[in-house]
Design a binder for this molecule. Structure first.
Ligand SMILES: C[S@@+](CC[C@H](N)C(=O)[O-])C[C@H]1O[C@@H](n2cnc3c(N)ncnc32)[C@H](O)[C@@H]1O
Length: 321
């Protein structure tokens, strides 16, 4: 068990250094640095046991939804349901297994692949009792541990949003190789931040200026100036992702561009398959600005109906049994 005071202290300093680590890629913009996540940055951040968001295995990232169960039930499961149950599932970047727990009952076998040894070791411990479940460390680009044409579902959520176009391009080639040609499908959450490329520097600058006058964080977020980019990769957009998939020989059959944290459409969920598979169809593209307000609705719902909101045992209960 970590000492909570030490954890808090390290958490604060790690938060700062992980936002601007010495090795992270940077680009100049209006006189200040623009942060660019790299594989090395991911390895450093996610292999750090004191990284503040690891304190609760990533559950904190589900706070806007009212917890990971609520996020799974209201946001992920309804989108993934058409592809479940499935046979062989490959999860890219499971972290500490926030979604693994919900995926396992829906697949015959599971492989989680993460670039951070710490994440893989945590998952191996957490899911030790489950049969047909494996975890492996990779190089952040390739999946040599997965056989050709063997994956029925490739899943990744809340991880590859930080992956730049080169990483997406490399994984697309791998998806082409590993997907089952009959019914294989990939469900990938990634960045769309690149569409804000033109306004990024101005947004960053205005964020700093507004911050000096100390308006509330909530207000800054609402107008798309605070935390607006969420460390997303700036080289990826929905269109670029679809193009990379197509040049790898995949069919991109659906894209939902979504708001995340603020009303800005900085993310996208794309669905890929092989041309001629049972899922292949004309591509469907939607922009969903309600995604984040749906999260808030889920949080209200979770307050009343989530399992840990259960009514405490009533003294009269025994009389009714
Ligand atoms: C924000 S955590 C999220 C984990 C999990 N998806 C969740 O939602 O709780 C990001 C994880 O992605 C992993 N990761 C980042 N880039 C990766 C890459 N290119 N390939 C594989 N894993 C990667 C990190 O090591 C880390 O475990």
């Amino acid at each position: 068990m970590e000492d909570p005071a030490r954890l808090r202290c390290c958490a604060r300093s790690q938060h700062l250094t992980s936002l601007f680590p010495p090795t992270a890629g940077r680009r100049e913009g209006l006189g200040h640095h623009i942060f660019m996540p790299s594989i090395r940055w991911s390895q450093q951040r996610w292999n750090n046991r004191y990284y503040w968001d690891w304190a609760d295995d990533g559950e904190t990232w589900s706070a806007n939804w009212g917890g990971s169960t609520a996020q799974w039930l209201t946001t992920i499961y309804p989108r993934l349901a058409p592809f479940l149950p499935t046979g062989s599932l490959v999860e890219i970047a499971p972290g500490k297994g926030r979604w693994t727990e919900y995926l396992l009952p829906h697949c015959a076998s599971y492989l989680g692949v993460d670039v951070a040894e710490l994440a893989v070791a945590s998952c191996q411990k957490r899911f030790a009792g489950h049969g047909g479940v494996q975890f492996a460390v990779n190089d952040g680009l390739s999946l040599p541990m997965v056989d050709d044409r063997s994956a029925d579902l490739v899943f990744s959520f809340d991880s590859l949003v930080h992956a730049e176009a080169d990483v997406i391009g490399a994984y697309s080639q791998e998806f082409r190789r590993i997907l089952n040609p009959v019914g294989g499908v990939a469900f990938i959450h990634h960045s769309n931040l690149g569409v804000y490329h033109a306004s990024a520097a101005v947004r960053d600058l205005l964020g700093h200026v507004f911050d000096a006058f100390s308006p509330t964080e909530a207000f800054m977020t609402r107008i798309g100036l605070a935390g607006w980019h969420g460390d997303r990769s700036r080289s990826v957009t929905a269109a670029r992702f679809a193009e990379l998939a197509r040049s790898a020989g995949l069919a991109c059959i659906g894209q939902e561009v979504i708001s995340w944290g603020s009303p800005l459409l900085i993310d996208c969920i794309s669905v890929l398959t092989l041309p001629g598979s049972k899922w292949d169809r004309e591509s469907v593209y939607v922009r969903n600005r309600h995604f984040h307000s749906a999260a808030r609705s889920s949080a209200s719902c979770a307050k009343v109906f989530a399992p840990d909101s259960r009514v405490r045992e009533h003294p009269d209960d025994e009389a009714h049994t």
